[in-house]
Every structure is written in structure tokens, then in C-alpha cells.
Design a binder for this molecule. Structure first.
Ligand code: SER
Length: 592
């Protein structure tokens, strides 16, 4: 069999089909914006939404799952434009929740790569965990690979730094992994060239994590209740590899976009980096805006990242000399491309395109203002040098990107102290965005007692808002829970009055005082729908869903975890009600 040159569509299908044939339930991609997880801004891996199940909760789909998950990782945003980095990607994954372990997992991966994708065995290299004080050397995996025909010289034992995955935050499930690499035609860069080296000889295609530990806050590891397998394969990268492309931006989903940019700008490879940045950022922005928990540009958290992506794309469109409207055209291309797999972005098409346009307009105004400021500054410039501080002020106060300051300054023969700018920028960043940046690094949902109670209070709030405001169209538009408070976004056209807020509080507290058990049940999605459960009914979702019922007051589809009785919640108070974005209100509340 020869190596398959597959499209993204074909690889998605083949992957899911293969794992289905091995007894896995296909589940839908979760939202890009995690519910109830204060530690991350975006879903960064297929395992994120599955954390409760890795920790032992029963998944309605059983103990073998597979999916294609929308993921965003913005830690490497500055590298986008090279051949491999993307801020959005799709992760193919399969999970064993306390079912099979190392031998079967490796067997499945090997069979898929060699029999379905037709990769010759001698083009595969693997790494396994070398062992340390926390966990033994992984001889089981190494032996299994050898048994399947991987040559000893292509099996590498590597330390924790390379062969250990997670936890995504400070605490959470984690374990040793075995990573699978495609061996390219590049020669070894040295005698000890290995997959740990980034010379390009080894391209990582799959990561099988054997999650058997929980990392505690004190840095120690405890064995998990059950031994899990969590695997992840990057869709874009694997398709590029199978087709022999040297860049992910050559694959089918990007091609029409890059071609359009080339055609409209009349530019070619000399501007390929700019084109890739536009292609990447607009794809990510489209998915963020069109998500089932969609967000809009703002100055904090997720909205801030979205704003940064759109504005960066605008800048590169300027540098290509194109009209901004091309960004909407590109977004529309993506919406059609991905609609069959992520219908939510098609459903939100209007919102995606109009928000994109709005943000571009806002940025355009900013730029116009920045130009005015720059003209003013020019009057004071000495020795044809613009200080880093002044450039930073243009950026900080007017949102004027440094690249544009440099561009404009150059036209007048003025040199910008970019080092000074970087310095001012770093100082500022450390101060103000420390929180947001920290959250990109990943982290896992906090499943403590405090968050479980707040989660139950969120369901009550949702139900009581509908009741008090007498509006059944009210829907959850976002939720975020920390150990201290809940935050709940919902659609409503105006601020709530003091009386209304008080009535909502009173009703929530009335239900708390009734000490009602919170009942968790699994049922077919149809039944949940008929019973009037609240939640996002998604046709592509697995057949069986988990629901939480609180007496006659609330029934929601939800992954949990929750308090077991409303009586445990304490006293509920709303601390703030404000606007979140157009037509969306935000309530913050606490329990004490
Ligand atoms: N969680 C692992 C990863 O992100 C495997 O899915 O690579």
C-alpha cells in the first residue's frame, strides 16, 4: 500500500470511522470557549472538555470515545507565518476512560498509520518515557513498538521534558506519553539527532498520553482512580505530512485563501508570511465569533485575543495593499468550508461577518487617530528619532501598532527606537496582561466543592431569570466560575431593575432553603429535549446526554459536577449586573 494523499475532509472521516470500528463512540467537538473553567481562555486540546471523565465520572458515550476538537493555542502567535504554526487547529483524538491501556492504544495507532494511511513502518519513529523518581521507565510501550516492527534505533527514550503530558494547569490529570513521528528525507543533523531535536528530520504526528496520575498542588503525583488513554493528532499537520507539503498552509483548507490573496495583491512568495498570517488569524477569528459560545472583540480575556487577531490581520492586509473587505470574503470562504463539520459557524454567519466588519471599522478609526497623533509628534521630533516611549504611547493610548509607526516614520526619514518600544511594551505587558497571558498557558477546570456549588447556583439563576423576567427566550450566552464567584451571561435587551434583581435573588434563595436534591440522569437526547431540558441541542452530539434536575425548577443538560442538594449552597447574592456586549447582560453572584 502506498501512502495516502488525503484531504482534511478525508482524514477526519477515516479517523473517526477507524475508531468507531474499534468500539469508540463519536462525540461532537466541544465549544472553543470552555464553560465553567476560569483557568483557561480557550479549549487547547481534545482532553479539556473530558476532564471530569478522566477523573472518573461516567461519560454518556461509554468508555471509548473519539472526536475532532476545535482548538486554539495563542502562545506562539508571533511564530504564525512560518511553515508550521497556526493559532487554530483541529485535533483528532481517541480516549480510553479506564478501558484499554498502552498495548491496545499503541496497536490502534500503528494500525491506523500503516494500514489506513499507508505510512511505511520504517518511516515511523517513536519516543517513550525514560523514567524518573515519579514514574518508571516505559518498557511496556517500547516493547510493544518493537513487537509491531519499529526498529530499535527508531525508539527513543526521553525524559519528562519531552515525554510527559499535562497537567494543562497547575493540577490535574497527566502521565507519561509515547509520541509518534514521521521520518522525513532530511539527514540526521548529528549522531545524537532524535525526535527531541527540532532540525526537521522528525515531524510529530501523534501523542498517546497514558494518564494515570493526578498532579497535586504540592507537586506530588497520586495515582488516578482509573488508567486512561488520551491521544491527540493535529489534523492540519498530518495532512501536510501525508501530501509531502513543507508547509501546513499548502493544505486544502488554506489553499483558496492563499490563492485569493495572491491573485488580488499580485504578490507571490515574497509576501507569503503576511498571507499566512491573514489566513490563520481570520480562520481563528471566524471560529471564535461563530462558536456556540461565541465571543466578540473586547479589551479583556478572550475578547482581547480576538481583537488582537483581527487587528493583526488588518495590518497585513494593509501591507499587501488590499482593501479591508477581503477579510470578510476570506471569513465567508472558511464558513462554507467548515459548515459541514461545525454547523454553528454557518448558523452564526451574519454575526461573524458583521462583528468582523465592526472591528475593522473601529480599528480604522484608531488608525486615523494615530496618524493625527503621529503628525503632532513629528513637530517635536529631534535628530530624526522617535523615542520608544512615544511609540509606545501611540500604541497604548491609540492602539496604533508599532509596525505602522515604523512604516510612517520611514516615509519621513525618521527612525523609531523599536528596542525602547519593546522595553516599554514588556514592562506594560507584565503588569496588565499577566492574568490573560497566564491563562493561555492552559489549565484545567477546578472541580472543587466551592465551584460545584456555584455551578448549581448558576443553573438556579438561569431558571429564576426566566421566571422573574417572564421571558422564555433567555438563554445562557456564557458562564465562568471561579472558587469565589459565578459569572453568567444571557440575552436580554435592557438592564435589570433593582426590584427584578432582588426578586431573582429571593427566588434562588427560596429554592436553596427547600433543600432539594440535585439529580443527575443520563438519557437519550430526544428524551431530554421532550422533557424540556435547557442546553444546546446539537444534532451532531452523542445520543445520550447527562442532565441535572432540581425539583420542578430546573433541568439542564450539563457535564457537571454539581452540589448534591441545594441546601448545601448557602446564601445567594448578586453582586453586579452589567452589560456584556450588545443585547447580552452579565451577572456576577456569590454564595456565602
Ligand atoms: N493531550 C495531549 C495533547 O494535547 C494528547 O491529546 O497533545
Amino acid at each position: 500500500m502506498t501512502m495516502q494523499t488525503l484531504t482534511t475532509k478525508a482524514l477526519r472521516e477515516k479517523y473517526l470511522e477507524f475508531f468507531k470500528s474499534k468500539g469508540h463512540t463519536i462525540i461532537a467537538s466541544a465549544s472553543l470557549i470552555p464553560d465553567n473553567d476560569p483557568t483557561v481562555l480557550f479549549t487547547t486540546a481534545g482532553m479539556h472538555p473530558l476532564v471530569p471523565y478522566l477523573l472518573g465520572a461516567k461519560h454518556p458515550g461509554g468508555n471509548r470515545l473519539t472526536d475532532v476538537q476545535k482548538c486554539v493555542r495563542t502562545g506562539d502567535i508571533d511564530e504564525v507565518g512560518d511553515a508550521t504554526h497556526c493559532t487554530f487547529f483541529e485535533m483528532l483524538g481517541n480516549w480510553s476512560l479506564g478501558d484499554y491501556f498502552k498495548r491496545e492504544s499503541i496497536g490502534y495507532s500503528f494500525e491506523f498509520l500503516t494500514k489506513v494511511l499507508g505510512i511505511p513502518t520504517d518511516r515511523l519513529a517513536v519516543s517513550v518515557f525514560a523514567g524518573d523518581d515519579d514514574c518508571a521507565r516505559d518498557e511496556v510501550s517500547a516493547k510493544r513498538w518493537e513487537e509491531l516492527g519499529i526498529k530499535k534505533e527508531n525508539i527513543f527514550f526521553l525524559p519528562k521534558k519531552n515525554n510527559w503530558w499535562g497537567p494543562a494547569g497547575v493540577t490535574g490529570p497527566c502521565g507519561p506519553d509515547t509520541e509518534i513521528f514521521f521520518i522525513t528525507d532530511k539527514e540526521k543533523c548529528s549522531d545524537d539527532c532524535s525526535p527531541a531535536c527540532d532540525c526537521g528530520r522528525y515531524v510529530e504526528i501523534w501523542n498517546n498520553v497514558f494518564m494515570e496520575f493526578f498532579k497535586n498542588a504540592d507537586g506530588t503525583f497520586s495515582p488516578l482512580q482509573q488508567k486512561n488513554v488520551d491521544t491527540g493528532m493535529g489534523l492540519e499537520r498530518t495532512v501536510a505530512m501525508l501530501n509531502g507539503y513543507s508547509s501546513v498552509y499548502d493544505i486544502d483548507v488554506f489553499k483558496p485563501v492563499i490563492d485569493l490573496l495572491k491573485e488580488k495583491s499580485g504578490k507571490g512568495e515574497e509576501k507569503i508570511r503576511d498571507m499566512r498570517i491573514i489566513a490563520d488569524h481570520i480562520r481563528t477569528a471566524t471560529f471564535m465569533l461563530g462558536d456556540e459560545n461565541g465571543i466578540t472583540p473586547s479589551n479583556v480575556d478572550q475578547g482581547y485575543i480576538l481583537r488582537r487577531l483581527i487587528r493583526r490581520a488588518v495590518r497585513f492586509v494593509r501591507s499587501l495593499g488590499l482593501d479591508y473587505s477581503i477579510l470578510e470574503e476570506i471569513s465567508a470562504l472558511y464558513i462554507d468550508e467548515y459548515a459541514p463539520y461545525y454547523p454553528e459557524i454557518k448558523g452564526n454567519e451574519e454575526k461573524v461577518l458583521s462583528e468582523l466588519r465592526l472591528e475593522i471599522e473601529r480599528f480604522d478609526k484608531t488608525v486615523a487617530q494615530g496618524i493625527k497623533e503621529f503628525e503632532k509628534l513629528r513637530g517635536y521630533i529631534q535628530n530624526n528619532r522617535l523615542s520608544g516611549k512615544a511609540a509606545f504611547r501611540l500604541y497604548d493610548t491609540f492602539g496604533f501598532p508599532i509596525e505602522m509607526t515604523v512604516e510612517m516614520a520611514n516615509e519621513y526619514g525618521i527612525i523609531v527606537d523599536t528596542e525602547g518600544f519593546e522595553k516599554a511594551f514588556k514592562e506594560h505587558q507584565e503588569k496588565s496582561h499577566a492574568g490573560a497571558e497566564q491563562k493561555f498557558k492552559g489549565g484545567l477546570a477546578d472541580h472543587s466543592e466551592a465551584t460545584s456549588k456555584l455551578h448549581t447556583a448558576t443553573h438556579l439563576l438561569n431558571a429564576c431569570l426566566k421566571y422573574v423576567l417572564n421571558d422564555n427566550n433567555i438563554q445562557q450566552k456564557g458562564s465562568n466560575i471561579t472558587a469565589e464567584r459565578l459569572r453568567f451571561d444571557f440575552n436580554f435587551p435592557r438592564p435589570l431593575t433593582q426590584e427584578e434583581l432582588k426578586a431573582v435573588e429571593e427566588r434562588v434563595n427560596m429554592i436553596i432553603e427547600k433543600k432539594i436534591p440535585v439529580v443527575c440522569r443520563e438519557m437519550p437526547i430526544e428524551e431530554a429535549r421532550e422533557l424540556g431540558a435547557v442546553g444546546i441541542f446539537n444534532d451532531k452530539y452523542s445520543d445520550v446526554v447527562k442532565t441535572y434536575t432540581i425539583g420542578e425548577y430546573s433541568m439542564e443538560m450539563c457535564g457537571g459536577p454539581h452540589a448534591t442538594n441545594t441546601g448545601d449552597l448557602g446564601h445567594f447574592s448578586i453582586v453586579k449586573e452589567q452589560s456584556s456586549s450588545a443585547g447580552i447582560r452579565r451577572i456576577k453572584a456569590i454564595l456565602n
